[in-house]
Write a protein that binds this ligand. Structure first.
Ligand code: G3I
Length: 358
């Protein structure tokens, strides 16, 4: 196994044409790295990725998933937008298919997510302001959904992205407007009442790049624990970009682990898309991505084993990433560990190197 630095030396020795092809624009992927072992085979922690039923029809992707991970997260089909019909009824077709895939292949299922400010389900929007109706519908939704996957989901992101982007307090949303900030502990208690087995997580993003947001997130977690809410894990989405300074991930991981709860790197990707003037080459961007992936895994490996819940990448192939979807320009960003053909990139080799202590 060659380290990223060694690989750069190897690449430097390649014929200029082989490297030059990657030096113009973002679309060309850099030179591919050597084969890597299955991520799940070398990791001393569960490795996951997100899936959606639309992509499960792709045998190449399913093969890559089964080769590399032992856990899956529903990318969008266990959210209100896939379950809650406009008339207030439930349609479990999509989440059941996700759970069936996980069960069929012996994969752990991390369920995502019960309560998220961004899910503006018409059935809830319609009763915005009617506190009794909304309280009842909120309770009913969480009980029905969390209860349905009891024994099949090992864990839930109970509340997603409750902290304001600037870290100055908590998001104002449909739930807080009608239920107050107690919508957060209430969700945990309701989920626990419906499923007495699943580990219950609080999940958020930019906790590496924004120390103030991380402090507010941890303050919320501590307050939940003190209130007796059944909070059992912290999810840090870890949607990074290659401009993140070295060391930020390591500092964040140490802070997040300070409460002693299991940590889930829940949505790892490292955007290579540089806004503004970008003088870097595709290879330089690939190197920076690999170094950040290495830091994430190395920081995660520094946790006590009981705090290593999982590292989940938000997709496996660059082409499957949400960062290919509007408003992002498709095909520019190369945020994941495998290229669009499913070949391992330098970032995959870095993941393996860090997971094996190199
Ligand atoms: O596949 C259907 C298509 O059949 C249908 O015609 C179309 C129109 O409704 O929808 C398509 O599904 C879309 C799905 O992505 C697949 O592309 C959903 O509308 C769309 O809402 C969904 O977006 C997801 C988004 O969360 C909102 O749920 C993204 O895939 C998913 O990557 C993104 O993930 C979030 C995490 O949950 C939380 N952290 C941030 C992360 C990225 O935004």
């Amino acid at each position: 196994m060659t380290s990223p630095l060694t690989r750069r030396a190897l690449i430097a020795a390649l014929p200029a044409a082989a490297v030059a092809s990657g030096c113009k624009g973002h679309a060309q992927a850099p030179v591919q790295t050597a084969p890597v072992p299955p991520l799940k085979a070398v990791a001393q922690f569960p490795v996951g990725t997100c899936i959606s039923t639309g992509k499960l029809g792709d045998p190449a992707l399913v093969g890559l998933v089964l080769r590399n991970v032992t856990q899956v997260t529903a990318e969008w089909e266990m959210k209100m937008e896939a379950i809650l019909r406009d008339d207030g009824g439930f349609d479990f077709t999509r989440p059941d298919a996700i759970a069936a895939f996980a069960g069929q292949h012996g994969l752990r299922l991390h369920a995502h997510t019960l309560v998220w400010y961004a899910q503006k389900a018409p059935a809830f929007q319609r009763i915005d302001g009617n506190k009794p109706a909304l309280t009842g519908a909120y309770r009913n939704y969480i009980q029905a959904v969390a209860g349905r996957y009891r024994g099949r989901a090992v864990s839930w992101d109970v509340v997603n992205e409750a902290v304001k982007d600037d870290g100055d307090g908590y998001r104002e949303c449909l739930w807080s407007r009608n239920l107050g900030i107690d919508y957060i502990p209430d969700a945990f208690h309701l989920a626990r009442a419906a499923d007495d087995q699943a580990l219950l997580f609080l999940n958020d993003y930019n906790l590496e790049s924004n120390p103030k947001k991380r402090r507010t997130f941890l303050h919320l977690a501590e307050a939940l624990l003190k209130s007796g809410a059944p909070l059992q894990g912290l999810g840090t989405q870890t949607h990074l970009d290659i401009n993140l300074q070295p060391g930020m991930v390591t500092t964040a991981m140490r802070d997040l682990a300070s409460l002693g709860l299991p940590i889930h790197v829940s949505e790892l990707d490292v955007s290579t898309r540089v806004r503004g003037l970008d003088l870097s080459s595709p290879q330089e961007r690939a190197d920076r991505q690999a170094r950040l992936v290495h830091e994430v895994v190395e920081a995660f490996m520094s946790l006590p084993p009981q705090q290593r819940f999982a590292i989940t990448t938000w997709g496996l192939r660059d082409s499957d990433s949400w960062l290919q979807l509007a408003p992002n320009p498709p095909g520019v960003d190369l945020p994941l560990l495998f290229d669009k053909a499913g070949r391992p990139k330098e970032a995959a080799a870095a993941f393996v190197a860090a997971a094996t202590g190199r």
